[in-house]
Design a protein around this ligand. Structure first.
Ligand code: 6GU
Length: 312
């Protein structure tokens, strides 16, 4: 069903009923796979609302995605914030309009800035598992072929029919992320690095084949993942500023692997064959583990970014 302004207003009214009248979240934060620990960034008093209690909200079914809004203060300046702990994905069966419904609800609640996190596969060979990548651009694979959250009647109350995305990734916010990263450098495990990169959005739920990874890399993507881009598009449509950061949770396999070369395969023994197949096979457990390991660092980073922004 198409999202209407009425359905968004209804969800907003429901949430306003649950919040103190003077609580207006300026910043929204989305916690990616295994990053629900981010909700500790939000300080008491906080108000939690499960997605199931908000009319029109999609309910996520993926392990590692809790599915609730957490309202409260973040950082030394007590910035009024709303955290989405868990998100809905296209691969779960949600239409992108439905998956991004929460972004419009938050925009109408007063959100001016959205900080999006995700777990992503690293295509860029200089990235290591556990590195953080500030997105400066994206390639919307699903979108280029028509699967777009803005498809359908335009919601004029939010923004125009045709929007530019050439400035989607806010420079000031990216600078704040780098400043915050620098400010926290003393207390961080030395091996973690921050990069800037391009995120390729794919529909999922399967991880990419080797050939697909080579294609994405050749086309200029540094990361690949199954979220974030639809949310960013809808946020930009509403004029919300966006910062997006990926945690590299696994390095993708680019190596062509066994190619059915008759002589090579015929002459390989069982051990060689099994070695050829073992390397770099992505799995959700590995993704969640890398997220859990980095969750604390990302939480500290986000609090610092909110503080840097609030002190301007
Ligand atoms: Cl390798 N691919 C995709 N599509 N999403 C991911 C990922 C890979 N790693 C984490 N999320």
């Amino acid at each position: 069903m198409a999202t209407t302004i009425e359905s968004i207003r209804e969800a907003v009214a429901g949430l306003k009923n649950l919040l103190p009248a003077d609580f207006k979240p300026e910043i929204g934060i989305i916690g990616g796979s295994g990053l629900s620990a981010l909700e500790d960034a939000v300080e008491q008093p906080k108000w939690e609302v499960p997605y199931g209690k908000i009319k029109g909200f999609p309910v996520s079914t993926v392990p590692g995605h809790a599915g609730k809004l957490v309202f409260g203060h973040v950082g030394s300046e007590k910035t009024m914030t709303v955290m989405m702990a868990g998100r809905a994905h296209y691969y779960e069966g949600h239409e992108l309009q439905t998956a991004t419904f929460p972004i419009r609800v938050l925009a109408l609640l007063g959100m001016k800035t959205l900080i999006v996190t995700n777990a992503a596969g690293g295509l860029n060979s200089t990235y290591k598992v556990g590195d953080v990548v500030v997105l400066h651009d994206h390639i919307n694979f699903a979108g280029l072929s028509g699967v777009n959250p803005l498809r359908g009647p335009n919601l004029d109350d939010f923004g125009p029919r045709f929007i530019a995305l050439s400035d989607a990734y806010d420079l000031e916010l990216r600078r704040a992320a780098h400043l915050a990263w620098k400010a926290l450098s003393k207390d961080r495990p030395k091996q973690m690095a921050m990069h800037e990169g391009v995120y390729a959005f794919v529909g999922g739920p399967n991880y990419e084949t080797r050939a697909e990874c080579r294609m994405l890399s050749t086309l200029g993507a540094d990361l690949v993942g199954m979220s974030t881009v639809p949310e960013i598009i809808v946020a930009r449509h509403s004029g919300v500023r966006v910062l997006a950061m990926s945690l590299v949770t696994n390095a993708v396999v680019m190596d062509p692997g066994p190619r059915g070369d008759a002589i090579l395969l015929a002459e390989s023994n069982e051990t060689e064959l099994s070695d050829m197949l073992k390397e770099g096979k992505a799995n959700h457990e590995e993704v969640l583990e890398a997220s859990r390991n980095a969750a604390q660092e990302i939480k500290n980073l986000i609090v610092k970014i909110v503080e840097v922004e609030a002190s301007k």
